[in-house]
Ligand binder design. Structure first.
Ligand code: NAP
Length: 480
């Protein structure tokens, strides 16, 4: 059994207590044991990050980039192993894990390249012989708190921009899937990132989260996870005036209009609703379908969904892995029961899978409820599982109204061949991430990422926008 230690001040740190990282497709398999960090480890990690700050932030940014390029190479050299680790700890299929590890490598390289830019602002002064400009400076020690659903990409898209801007970090990964984030930290260690620049403490979110926002050196927190924890962190962090960035829940719509490419719209909706077991923050959980094609579209969705293969993501031909853990499975089943009461039996799915290998994991059928109305619980609350609510809309206006009528605003999609409708949608959708004739999930790293309303708070992540969270401007007026 491999024991994965915490990483503080460049040392692998053990502890008295450990916790198991289990495979949700086969709970007999312990992927690894992790040292259960304590508040004191977080405090030590934040202190180490503070001590490492002057040297790291004074290093030329391209030199910081060189470390990230090296870490990317290390990740690439172990691509297959790291991808398999992810499937074993989180449950997503191996092709999905490979896609995510590829993305983490690309994110490291993208932000490594930012080290050669780190653009400031140069503006003309109104005064003669005055040069004025603003340069980017790091903000200091940053806490990174991440969820289990993209256990590598999300830590990567926080860690890489934080480091390239000259900050030092304490990473707190999700307890359900800490290994993928641990691999990123290991790659930084092997790449020779100086001690104290990257620190990693796994363990209970409640205990470590409180210790993190209370750690004196901390200047900022970037969090991805549930609205509930995000709100809690925000209150604590605001009291100390920490800079904070929150990426949280969603209830993302796909609008399907009668002029869509029908089979592509079916495929996109099924892909966004069910792949990764519906556990993507940008997953489609509401399909809002124009009246005139509603019945035909529901039938086609059901038929396509019946063909999906649920099973252990390590096996070839599997489309959907298990729920990540018992708690998420219970949440999925709870909402399926609510759905039954609200609108009758699902059109497909609705059960935990059992028998044979299914008994060892948290497998659940992809589930579709039809004739869901906007006020129903399953149309309003985030489930975060493979449960799709299909809703009827009179026309585009009605569909857009339903799509926007929720407290969330993460992603939204439209399936149509009408260009005017596309631009109306872009103009009037209240979500932060929009897709057209694509699944609502499946974003890249080169553009800003994040939502609106209750889904997000603070500057966006990824792309050039990431630099705005992880750096400050220092403005200079110079007379010559
Ligand atoms: P979560 O329960 O909120 O946990 C997220 C992270 O916060 C974990 O590392 C967790 O640690 C930690 N945590 C728990 N309690 C804490 C506390 N009191 N203080 C500080 N940190 C604490 O979310 P999750 O179940 O991992 O992830 C699913 C949620 O993430 C969904 O709502 C999904 O929509 C959202 N999500 C959003 C995005 C986005 O970009 N908007 C992306 C992915 C996921 P433990 O694991 O130890 O509890």
């Amino acid at each position: 059994m491999t024991l994965f230690a915490n990483y503080v001040n460049g040392e692998w740190v053990s502890g008295r207590e450990t916790f198991d990282n289990r495979n949700p497709a086969n709970t007999d398999e312990v992927v690894g044991q992790f040292v259960k960090g304590r508040s004191s480890d977080v405090a030590a990690a934040a202190d180490a990050a503070q001590r490492a700050l002057p040297e790291w932030s004074n290093l030329p940014a391209p030199a910081r980039g060189a470390y990230l390029f090296r870490a990317a190479e290390i990740l690439e050299s172990r691509f297959d192993e790291i991808s398999a680790d992810m499937t074993r700890e989180e449950g997503k299929t191996l092709p999905e894990s490979k896609g995510e590890v590829r993305r983490s490598i690309n994110i490291f390289r993208y932000f490594a390249g930012e080290g050669s830019r780190l653009f400031g602002i140069l503006a003309p002064s109104e005064r003669a012989r005055v040069q004025m400009f603003a340069v980017r400076k790091p903000i200091g020690v940053v806490g990174l708190v991440t969820p289990w659903n993209f256990p590598s990409a999300i830590p990567a898209w926080k860690l890489a921009p934080a480091l390239i801007c000259g900050n030092t970090v304490v990473v707190k990964p999700a307890s359900a899937a800490p290994l993928s984030a641990w691999r990123l930290v290991e790659a930084c260690h092997q790449a020779g990132v100086p001690k104290g620049v990257v620190n990693f403490v796994a363990g209970s979110g409640g205990e470590l989260g409180a210790a993190l926002v209370e750690a004196a050196p901390l200047k900022a927190v970037s969090f991805t996870g549930s609205c509930e924890i995000g709100q809690w962190l925000h209150e604590r962090a605001s009291a100390r005036r920490l800079r904070i960035q929150l990426e949280m829940g969603g209830k993302n719509p796909t609008i399907v209009l009668s002029d869509c490419d029908f089979s592509a719209a079916v495929e996109n909706t099924v892909n966004a609703a069910f792949f990764s077991t519906g556990q993507k923050c940008t997953a489609t959980s509401r399909a809002i379908v124009e009246e005139s094609i509603y019945d035909k579209f529901v039938d086609a969705l059901v038929e396509r969904t019946r063909k999906l293969k649920v099973g252990n993501g390590m096996e070839a031909g599997i489309d959907i892995g298990p729920a990540v853990d018992q708690g998420q499975l219970e949440t999925d089943l709870k909402y399926i029961e609510i759905g039954r009461k609200e609108c009758g039996a699902p059109r497909v799915g609705g059960h935990r899978l059992s028998g044979g290998a299914f008994d060892k994991g948290y497998f659940i059928e992809p589930t579709i409820f039809a004739d869901v109305t906007p006020s129903m619980t399953i149309a309003r609350e985030e489930i975060f599982g493979p449960v799709l609510a299909v809703m009827r809309a009179r026309d585009f206006e009605d569909a857009l109204r339903i799509a926007n009528d929720i407290p969330f605003g993460l992603s939204a999609s439209i399936q149509t061949t009408n260009l005017s409708r596309v631009f109306e949608f872009i103009q009037r959708s209240e979500a932060g991430l929009l897709t057209v004739n694509l699944p609502s999930a499946g974003v890249e790293y080169q553009l800003p990422f994040g939502g609106t309303k209750d889904s997000s708070f603070g500057p966006k992540e990824q792309g050039p926008a990431a630099m705005d969270f992880y750096s400050d401007y220092k403005t200079v007026y110079l007379k010559y």
